[in-house]
Design a protein around this ligand. Structure first.
Ligand code: PRP
Length: 203
């Protein structure tokens, strides 16, 4: 007998691409009548919709069997999940950024990704104060709150519009399919074919 999967999907721009890929992989999902519902019986799976930063937690703790989330978020999260497929969409990079004209040492860095920023500093043998912000991070180095920021660059539009430059690319990122480790065993008949199908699509 088939067990229905529960999938954690980020709201916003990743939702459409995620559902498209899952449908291509053979799940019949329809959320066209969801309204403002956050938990949706979408046909072949139950979809739970949340902020992207919460996806690893829902999957690690098994409330969702699997989910879709950006690698940038996964790098920052302590959650222990299985990450079997790079889905390819949502490509962006996590970079060290500062104003084009800036000179001098970087003593303070602002970021939505403080753990990743600390790990990066450690990897290059440098230290700086890292402060956590929650949005419009580039503003920090435009206002003097920080000397530099670590943030996402996708089209480069934000950098250009604000006279900022990328000093270094820290990580490449894209959407990943992640799976709860216990669910992989308990719901293997549902999850293994889905993982295989998603892998084939992105080949
Ligand atoms: C992200 C990111 C950058 C911008 C980069 O912000 O934090 O600010 O997109 O994209 P670009 O290179 O295409 O300009 P988002 O829109 O997610 O808003 P937030 O930072 O306020 O969360």
């Amino acid at each position: 007998m088939k067990t229905k999967l529960t999938l954690a999907i980020p709201k916003g721009r990743m939702m459409y691409e995620s559902l498209k890929l899952l449908n291509q992989a053979g799940l019949k999902l329809d959320i066209s009548h969801k309204g403002r519902s956050l938990k949706i019986d979408a046909g072949d799976a139950t979809i739970i919709e949340m902020r992207n930063g919460d996806v690893p937690t829902y999957v690690e703790l098994g409330v969702a069997d699997a989910g879709i989330v950006g690698k940038d978020v996964l790098l920052e999260s302590p959650a222990n999940v299985y990450e079997p497929v790079d889905l390819g969409f949502g490509a962006c990079r996590l970079s060290l950024i500062r104003p084009i004209a800036a000179t001098g040492n970087i003593k303070r860095i602002a970021s939505k990704y403080p753990q990743t920023t600390q790990a990066y500093l450690k990897s290059i043998g440098k230290s700086a104060e890292v402060i956590k912000l929650s949005g419009s991070v580039e503003l920090a180095c435009l206002t003097g709150l920080a000397d530099a920021v670590v943030d996402i660059v996708q089209t480069g539009g934000t950098l250009k519009a604000n006279n900022l430059e990328e000093l270094e690319i820290i990580h490449q990122s894209s959407a990943r399919f992640i799976v709860n480790r216990a669910a992989l065993k308990l719901k293997t008949n549902e999850l293994r074919p889905l993982i295989d199908a998603l892998r084939k699509i992105h080949k």
